[in-house]
Design a protein around this ligand. Structure first.
Ligand code: AHR
Length: 503
């Protein structure tokens, strides 16, 4: 069996765990909103039509922030359509997803949901078909306390208190030719800069996100970030990154190493942002909002196409995730956490039904997909500081990513509570790894919990009939002997070890 060794020391700190890294995404796409978080008449729905069973699962998932309302949807959206008396709201066509949008759910409903779900809102605005005026109108409507036409309209619409939304995305994937109002980097950079500047005149403390690339594969990647940031450096705080991964044929090895691509993407965006900062002689650092990431069987969606007929909330990309997908999601979270010094926000896309952790049936149950579990466990147990690990592991050959370290790992240390969490993925599709972790910097430690996902039955998935087929199971091979943690990591598995320092 191959050996993999880690050394973890509490003195080597990367950065605090940013709670915003455990964000998610609610888009008006498929059944994420309608029939997902919102289903008036559902047996668990409250007076506002918000599904109680979904709210409970969202809280259990440990989501901290939610980006809304899109996505591609936002680039054709008129936010005004979604506020005011529901009967007066217009029904529109949404060309992004070939869907009829009733506008029964909008900003104020979302904010009520966000309060009940106990998540921070991250609001995306339309810089595709719209621009500066609509952006500042939305800001005034949402955040100004009272006494102006727009803030008073919000009060009249039932939202007495200002929403106080801090984080705003200046458009969505404006580099993508599929995006309504797609722009060149020059055009978008100018628009984003003028919008950001105007928004800051209303409130200098907002946190603003410029659109980065919608994938590392984009032909404009790198040049896009450089041009956009040259325009916006002084007026934005973050630049976005989006990435989706999927299993190609039977190339499980490359799929398990997807986070190598994410890791590279992050390092390249950081390098590009710092290069622009250097050119501008700025001491400010632009961080990354990785505000769309997940496993997504996108090619299948592209092959089957969007629904021919225009309907309300059709089923789109209701991927049934496998145990293998859960291992990859665990690995992507490890990578995001490892970059906590520069990735300060992230949103798994999406939350319910569409590319989601949670699934529902109309008038029926809600259940946890396999990918729910690594997210929930990481969000709950990654606390305190992210530690910089020393890693001594064999390399593994992959078709897509070349030679990659066989283990992907991160550890977090909560000094106040004396709790250490270690997350590790064995990327080898066929061989287990004998895993040893040197913890002598902590003194004597005690293993309090060890769980495992994947390893066998990799293509099993949770369904409405069998919602708990893929769940974490105890890691029976793990032991701690004084200051050394040992375990056998099965091929293609995600593991979490929780330890307490003896005081
Ligand atoms: O999350 C699904 C879609 O993926 C989003 O609408 C878009 O931003 C991205 O291309």
């Amino acid at each position: 069996m191959q050996n993999g060794k880690l050394s973890i020391d509490p003195a080597f700190v990367v950065a605090p765990v940013n709670r915003r890294v455990f964000g998610s995404f609610v888009e008006h796409m498929g059944r994420c909103v309608y029939g997902g978080i919102f289903e008036p008449g559902h047996p668990t729905a409250d007076d506002a039509g918000l599904r109680g069973d979904v709210l409970e699962l969202v809280r259990e998932l440990g989501v901290t922030a939610v980006r809304y309302p899109g996505g591609n949807f936002v680039s054709g959206y008129k936010w005004e359509d979604g506020v005011g008396p529901v009967d007066d709201r217009p029904t529109r066509l949404d060309p992004a997803w070939r869907t009829i949008e009733t506008n029964a759910f909008g900003l104020n409903e979302f904010m009520e949901w966000a309060t009940k779900a106990d998540v921070e809102p991250i609001m995306a605005m339309n810089l595709g078909t719209r621009g500066l005026q609509e952006a500042i109108d939305l800001l005034e409507y949402a955040n100004h306390p009272q006494g102006t036409a727009l803030s008073d309209a919000r009060i009249e619409h039932g939202a007495k208190e200002p929403h106080g939304i801090r984080m705003w995305c200046l458009g969505n994937e404006m580099d993508g030719p599929w995006q309504l109002g797609h722009k060149t980097a020059e055009e978008y950079g100018r628009l984003a800069a003028e919008t950001a500047r105007a928004m800051r005149q209303f409130d200098p403390d907002l946190e603003l996100v410029a659109c980065g690339s919608s994938g590392r594969h984009m032909p404009t990647f790198g040049a896009w970030e450089a041009t956009v940031l040259e325009h916006t450096y002084d007026v934005v705080d973050l630049v976005s990154a989006h990435a989706y991964y999927q299993l190609d044929g039977d190339d499980v090895g490359s799929f398990l190493a997807s986070s190598v691509n994410m890791d590279l993407f992050i390092r390249e965006v950081v390098a590009t942002a710092d290069h622009v900062g250097a050119k501008l002689s700025s001491s400010k650092k632009i961080n990354i909002s990785f505000d769309e990431w997940n496993v997504w069987y996108l090619r299948e969606m592209q092959e089957s196409g969007l629904p021919e007929d225009w309907t309300v909330a059709p089923r789109i990309s209701e991927d049934a995730y496998t145990a293998l997908d859960a291992v990859v999601v665990g690995s992507l979270l490890i990578t995001l956490l490892r970059h906590s010094d520069r990735v300060t926000a992230a949103c798994q896309a999406q939350l319910v039904n569409t590319i989601s952790s949670i699934r529902t049936e109309p008038n029926g149950p809600a259940w946890r997909q396999s990918i729910f579990h690594p997210f929930a466990l990481t969000a709950r147990h990654a606390q305190g500081q992210v530690l910089d690990l020393r890693v001594d592991v064999p390399m593994l050959a992959t078709a897509k990513h070349g030679d990659v370290p066989v283990l992907d790992s991160v550890a977090t240390w909560d000094a106040g509570e004396g709790r250490l969490a270690v997350f590790v993925v064995n990327r080898d599709p066929a061989e287990p790894v004998a895993f040893t972790t040197d913890l002598r910097g902590f003194g004597e430690v005690r293993l309090t919990e060890a769980v495992l996902l994947g390893g066998d039955d990799l293509f099993a998935a949770n369904t409405v009939e069998e919602p708990d087929r893929v769940v974490p199971r105890p890691h029976t091979s793990s032991t701690v002997d004084g200051t050394t943690l040992r375990a056998e990591l099965p091929a293609a598995s995600w593991s979490m070890f929780l330890l307490e320092v003896s005081r």
